[in-house]
Design a binder for this molecule. Structure first.
Ligand code: ADP
Length: 202
């Protein structure tokens, strides 16, 4: 049975730190012709550029804490209102707790929209930790200290993991085995989206 084809691709990718969601998110978004909306990237770009927002969130990011929900949701609303996100986008790093799910739901409902699929990257904790340590030496991100990593993983477990069951109840979660080569994982994701009738938009 083939699902009926969608004309939109509104996606969310979730997974613990080190699951590779950033990397896969970029690949999937490019394949589907949709922009990636990564809240972490938006905050880091603002910090780098020294904007008012950047100054406000520097210490929060360094500690591995969450930026306040209202502020984060406002930034995402602005970004999703841009024209390139009209028919699709891939959210990475947002929503990160159930409040943010409510904010996103309200915004999408106002527009008569909803998420088409949630890609959940499943990676054992040991594997995530190994990848994070590697990234810490390669990229030198200021929140990749042992302490901040442990704190972010705790937040993931307690605040972010619960959003998965919310989306599971809506029947839109695709659980993807996140261990394998980059190509293998990307193929698994595309196969899952394809089975939902999601087609490349470009
Ligand atoms: P990671 O998934 O490795 O923690 P991200 O790039 O997704 O990295 O996020 C980096 C930091 O940006 C987070 O630790 C947090 O401080 C902030 N951040 C990103 N997304 C959100 C969000 N949705 N809500 C609040 N803070 C966020």
């Amino acid at each position: 049975m083939t699902a009926s084809a969608h004309t939109t691709a509104r996606l969310l990718i979730v997974g613990p730190q080190g699951s590779g969601k950033g990397t896969q998110g970029v690949r999937i978004a490019a394949a589907y012709g949709i922009p990636v909306v990564s809240t972490g990237d938006i905050f880091r770009a603002n910090i780098k550029a020294g904007t008012e927002l950047g100054q406000k969130v520097t210490a929060i990011l360094d500690a591995g804490d969450l930026v306040p929900d209202e502020l984060t949701s406002e930034i995402v609303r602005d970004r999703l209102s841009q024209e390139d996100a009209a028919n699709g986008f891939l959210l990475d790093g947002y929503p990160r707790n159930t409040h943010q799910v409510e904010h996103l739901d309200a915004f999408l409902q106002e527009r008569g929209e909803s998420l088409d699929a949630v890609i959940l990257l499943d990676v054992p904790r040991e594997e995530s930790l190994t990848r994070l340590r590697l990234r810490a030496t390669e990229q030198g991100r200021s929140d990749d200290t042992d302490e901040a990593i442990a704190h972010r993983l705790d937040i993931y477990e307690h605040e972010t993991a619960p959003i998965i069951s919310v989306y599971e109840q809506r029947g839109i979660v695709d659980r993807i085995d996140g261990v394998g080569s980059l190509d293998e994982i990307a193929e698994r994701i595309v196969a899952a989206l394809d089975a939902r009738g999601l087609r490349v938009l470009v």
